[in-house]
Write a protein that binds this ligand. Sequence first.
Ligand code: PLP
Length: 472
Amino acid sequence: MKYISTRGQTAHKAFSEVLLMGLAPDGGLMMPESYPQIDGQTLEKWRGLSYPELAFEIMSLFVTDIPADDLRDIINRTYTAEAFGTADITPVRTLSDGIKIQALSNGPTLAFKDMAMQFLGNAFEYVLNKESKKLNILGATSGDTGSAAEYALRGKKGVHVFMLSPEGKMSAFQRAQMFSLQDDNIHNIAVKGMFDDCQDIVKAVQNDASFKEKYHIGTVNSINWGRILAQVVYYFAGYFNATLTNEQKVSFCVPSGNFGNVCAGHIARQMGLPIHRLIVATNENDVLDEFFKTGEYRPRTADHTMVTSSPSMDISKASNFERFVFDLVDRDAAQVEALWAEVGTGKGFDLNWLLEKVHQQYGFVSGKSLHKDRLRTIAEVYQTDGELIDPHTADGVKVARQVREAGETIVCLETALAAKFEDTIREAVGDVQIPRPAGLEGLEKLPQRVQVVPNNADIVKTIIRETLEKEK
Ligand SMILES: *Cc1c(COP(=O)(O)O)cnc(C)c1O
């Protein structure tokens, strides 16, 4: 399997190369040159497999430059009951209204990003070791991504993580989660500024080509192909869990921000998994809902991005969306290039003439959920089912209920646990006991490691330089 860029100007690459890449050199995103097709017989065979066995079958179709035994070992070390709470890894349950919930958030940081990031951590370590390379991850986070990256890469050989976060802007739980890590290769840097300032510092460092090369600076953002691939697996697992035979079809409802999660669902569907519809749920930041309703893609600027109570979906540009548009325009890279030139000017584009294809051929529909919908859904589910769902998952459940057709089986992806967002949960249901997974009870009381710095890229560079020079 080789990988190509959505902009068509990058030489074919193998998985191990794509794994360590961010954007392609031509500004596009890397995609498999074709989707392996899964027939009914294979699907039948896969139905009885354990999660790691299934992951191996799927991933080995896309990863052809790592020996099978090594890939199997990476997967087996990643998807354990120890890390994800159950041997099922992503168990499916049914709410009393018939909507199914697939738990993707039982990993170490209680959000679905662990599903991919834990794999990435082990895959990075393997590839770096094999090629005697080092990688120093520089990232900016407003919460979930940074902690998932740190928990995936803590203690890994050949890797350091420098994670910028806006000082005082994350929840107490999120801060405790990241800053309590004591591993020598994890470096928390709290910037006196906003999340956008952190991102600007990352860009400034990335743009210093000689620094970037000398210190092997890389990223783990949501456009990483390895993350998307790892996410394809749980659509198959969720399908098998929610059905009895391969004659049945299932729809997935996905709380979406950067379009990484649902992009993996699109790929599973293109491989032949019997997915009826892919339901994109957004919050107040509805740039994707607008596209799937009108065909217009109008990304917003940062100051038009709302701060909401489902913060991990607060995006103005959906960075993985280009992958779907690439397929939508029949993989015409020149057209993708032209469309994103329009995005670059701030105008966006209008593909309303392809809307029927988006719905009929690709099965996409969408809906949005606002703060009051989220609170009401959390309260309703608490009342009818006695369980607390997190605000992002609540957006999904709200939209699923709204668009459900008679007889349709909908699996909502649970993208985080309520314990991560206690304030919103209390706003919805009052002062109740919010369950926390074992081992996290006293998290906020653990000693924390973080350096607070001014909003200044040179100071961040100095920290990176001094840390890495010391190691030599
Ligand atoms: C990241 C995240 C999302 C959005 O996922 P995308 O892949 O960016 O669409 C939704 N919910 C939670 C809890 C997240 O952490």
